[in-house]
Design a protein around this ligand. Structure first.
Ligand code: C2E
Ligand code: CA
Ligand code: CA
Ligand code: CA
Length: 274
């Protein structure tokens, strides 16, 4: 259906040709980038709001392309999904993130983003288990962040994979919560340990209605026994509101920006109270 879409664009909107060509060019560069080791992970700290303690970090992929400069994941992940490169690339990210986390103080969690394409690929659970074994990181310290698009197809295979991973002790987080069209439905049907409230809500909490939505989601998480993390926390005022409403975790520039593995390791050693 994707290639059909392309042809339609080409038919009706000739100016889309440039867009399609740019996308192809990215896809070609991406294929070469993995063997050339142009990818890197940054890590962003996640804080427990009540204690102020850093409880882990999320791995965020970076592409340092000699030709393009540093490319943001929002620009290259869709292209990597299109070509299937996301499967080996995601495997690399899992392994690299777990290897970094192996040198953190014990008990800290490592969160890794997983694309829908990856989760649907047959060897996914095996590659997760292998990354844990390779790094020596316990399953209970690994958190996989999936977005609602992963759950949209409701395939039995995806559900089975999620269950299998959870049985191993791996946590599943629902990322960008509230941006999909059926967030509540997914909570009912899928095994989830955590929800991450999308940063668009947190950034708009000065708005009365948005604040009400955020409070409601926090309450929902509490009722369901699901940890709620607020994303994109940038101000003390936002953090105060989240604290007052019992939000468990916060992530955002206020707590810490995404940083190199060596910097995050230093931060974790100084701010994790173990
Ligand atoms: P995400 O998983 O929602 O990650 C959070 C994004 O918000 C990151 O953007 C992060 O740098 C940014 N961010 C964090 N705190 C703040 C804040 O206080 N304010 C603002 N304005 N932004 C903040 P980034 O690194 O550009 O990543 C974008 C998206 O790319 C991620 O969104 C995730 O969906 C995807 N992504 C990143 N790494 C991977 C990966 O290894 N695999 C896959 N499949 N997707 C990835
Ligand atoms: Ca994420
Ligand atoms: Ca998110
Ligand atoms: Ca996002």
């Amino acid at each position: 259906a994707k290639s059909e879409g392309r042809n339609l664009y080409r038919f009706f909107e000739p100016e889309m040709d440039a867009v399609v060509q740019a996308r192809r060019a990215i896809e070609v560069d991406l294929e070469a980038a993995l063997p050339r080791q142009e990818f890197d992970l940054d890590f962003q700290p996640i804080m427990n709001i009540a204690s102020g303690e850093i409880v882990g970090a999320e791995a965020l992929m970076r592409w340092h392309s000699p030709a393009r400069g540093t490319v943001a994941p929002d620009e290259f992940i869709p292209a990597a999904e299109e070509t299937g490169l996301i499967v080996p690339l995601g495997e690399w990210a899992l392994r690299t993130a777990c290897t970094a986390a192996a040198s953190w103080p014990p008990g800290l969690r490592i969160a890794v983003n997983v694309s829908a394409v990856q989760l649907r690929s047959s060897g996914f659970a095996r590659s997760v288990i292998s990354a844990l074994a390779f790094s020596g990181v316990p399953a209970a310290q690994l958190e996989l962040e999936i977005t609602e698009t992963v759950l949209m197809d409701e395939s039995k295979a995806v559900l089975k994979t999620l269950r299998q991973l959870r049985e191993l002790g791996i946590r599943i987080a629902l990322d960008d919560f509230g941006t999909g069209y059926s967030s509540l439905g997914y909570l009912r049907r899928f095994p989830v340990d955590k929800i991450k409230i999308d940063r668009s809500f947190i950034g708009d909490m000065a708005n009365h209605d948005t604040a009400a939505i955020v409070r409601t989601v926090i309450g929902l998480g509490t009722e369901l026994g699901i940890v709620v993390t607020a994303e994109g926390v940038e101000t003390e005022m936002q953090l105060d509101m989240l604290r007052e409403n019992g939000c468990v975790e916060a992530q955002g520039y206020l707590i810490g920006v995404p940083s190199k593995a060596s910097d995050i390791q230093r931060l974790l050693k100084s701010r994790a109270l173990h």
